[in-house]
Ligand binder design. Structure first.
Ligand code: ADP
Length: 269
């Protein structure tokens, strides 16, 4: 039975069961309250991003994963609405090109990791190497099984290099996915997003849930914890993610650099 008081970050190092996480959970938050709060959270993220850039000690990597229609694009549009292109960018990862596929599986992701002072949002990520590649049997079981440890090592390395990693798994129910896919079919403005492959992937729902459980269970480390976000309600999803990013940035104790000596009191004619 889903527990509504589950922490958003499950205890690291333990097997993870999705059934314990209710995708409809809103922790008693009303839609009105969430919608009233979101604008100030967006401004808060923008201010902290400005500070991250001025401070220049840390990079922030945000990883978004979730089944088709879970709301990765919607999250980026909403949560980062106030953050301009100066300080942040989005890296979308689709089917690897021939060049990408010929390299080690982390190559294309490492190349897009953020520099200090910047925020990069991974819209899908190296976790696809243990999701679609596992579910669709694009690589053998031996290959994808070995990748969890490699991913943990990669994240530990990035964290040691002052990259802060915030990973969000957008958890939606099967019923909610049905409604969102149907909306894509029915709404002429969304129809372009619908691909027949979406239905084939939906047919693998259970295999994806298992792959998500292993992804969170095996790669939920102290260095780079997973946040499991109840995402059936978009407004609650945005509040959870925005608050987590703000808490993380606040925990870094960021500072504006000291002004050059003698600047204070200068009068500009
Ligand atoms: P999205 O569905 O995220 O809006 P796209 O329509 O470009 O974006 O789809 C990206 C596609 O790329 C997805 O079907 C996803 O499964 C696939 N993909 C991502 N990473 C890999 C990978 N490593 N191997 C194979 N397919 C991948």
């Amino acid at each position: 039975m889903a527990n509504r008081d589950q922490p958003i970050v499950p205890p690291p190092g333990k097997p993870f069961r999705l059934a314990e996480f209710d995708p409809e959970n809103t922790s008693g938050t009303s839609k009105e309250a969430a919608l009233a709060l979101i604008p100030s959270l967006r401004l808060g993220i923008n201010e902290l991003q400005d500070l991250l850039y001025a401070d220049r000690r840390y990079a922030l990597l945000i990883v978004l994963q979730g089944i088709d229609t879970a709301g990765k694009d919607g999250t980026i549009k909403s949560v980062f609405q106030e953050v301009g292109p100066l300080g942040s960018s989005v890296a979308n990862f689709g089917v690897p090109s021939a060049e990408e596929a010929a390299h080690d599986f982390l190559w294309r992701y490492h190349a897009r990791a953020p520099e200090k002072g910047k925020v990069v949002i991974f819209n899908r990520s190296y976790y696809e190497s243990v999701l679609v590649e596992r579910v669709d049997s694009l690589v053998s079981k031996d290959v994808w099984k070995a990748r969890y440890d490699t991913i943990n090592e990669f994240e530990r390395y990035l964290v040691a290099q002052q990259t802060v990693i915030a990973k969000f798994f957008l958890h939606i129910s099967k019923g909610e996915q049905r409604e969102r896919l149907q909306e894509r079919v029915d709404n002429p403005k969304k129809r372009w997003k619908f691909r027949e492959g979406d239905l084939q992937e939906r047919a693998h729902w259970d295999a994806y849930q298992e792959a998500f459980e292993d992804m969170v269970g095996r790669c939920n480390t102290a260095a780079a914890p997973w946040h499991v976000v109840p995402a059936d309600h978009k407004w609650y999803r945005d509040v959870v993610i925005a608050k987590a990013i703000i808490a993380l940035l606040e925990s870094l104790d960021l500072h504006y650099p000291k002004p050059v000596a003698g600047v204070e009191g200068t009068v500009v004619e």
